[in-house]
Ligand binder design. Sequence first.
Ligand code: DAH
Length: 366
Amino acid sequence: MVKIISLKKEAQKEIKKAKDLKELDQIFKKYLGKRGKITQILRSLKKLKKETRIKIGKEANLLKKIVEENIREKAEKLKEKARAEILKKEQIDVTVPGKKVILGHLHPLTQIQRKVEEVFQSMGFSVVEGPEIETEWYNFDALNIPKDHPARDFWNTLWLKKATGDRRQETRLLLRTHTSPVQVRFMGKNPPPLRIIVPGRVFRHEATDASHEVNFYQIEGLMVDKNISVANFKAIIQKFFKKFFGKPARGPLRPRSEASEARQGRPIKIRLRPSYFPFTEPSFEVDMTCLTCRGKGCSACQRTGWMEMMGAGMVHPNVFKAVGLNPKDWQGFAFGMGLDRLAMMKYKINDIRLFYSGDLRFLNQF
Ligand code: DAH
């Protein structure tokens, strides 16, 4: 009898403490399993005298029922608790702010290239591309650059090794030093009249510093027709700089008079200075009003009020001859400018190497 009462207390205490179904199962086995404590009492009944057997049997069966019932109840409670925990885990708080998707953006040089393309396309120019690996003939010979010109020197041009044993490769290969060879490539296949711009990557064998890189970007321009003069070139380039550097007009597009622009203190002007390029005659450098001081003279423009923007000129007769055109029939202008330089001026960036650094602190500002 004493044993049964203490067993009941012991079992109930353990059931109460059980933390999960696994523990509860152990308790079940301990008391009601095949060799469980209560099971053993019930089994040993037959050894007892009839009177004690009836008495103890009754108590033991009652104990069995109570413990079974207690375990069932506890199991329900534990299941309920587990369910509540799962629900809590799966609950979604619709008021929590969402995770922001981080969108990338175009590299500043690509943005500038697109802007330049947009302005020239609005003036009827097509965008054309050429190969970055070029032949000596397209890069130099066809552009009237003499064999002994220093630009061909190892120090400026990155020459490529000939593929050994390849007889078909008669001309030397190089990484193009400028986008001008595309003038020749395009004219060779497309008869004039034509208007193209050629954005692209170019390569130079030189030391890097704040304004020099081994690779950078240029935009070449070419317009060929029957009656093209320097006046056409000036008009187109002036318009380009105004559209590219001028503030975007608000509201309906209205042409601004020079006087009204001067009043607002932002006229953008250009000037041509005589220069020399083998593939143009005459050749010139094009300067634009300094954007920092608006022509007054400052440290950015060496107090001249002008910034050097591009090389240009009228297409040399020898270039027309190289592509089988008669220079008596056609005239044209060509120009070439550094895209990086354009971007540096537009955004006031003082080191060209930043474009190629991959530094997000720089790139994310655009
Ligand atoms: N190809 C020249 C350069 O790199 C730039 C240039 C000058 C292009 C005059 C032209 C031009 O088309 O007419 O440096």
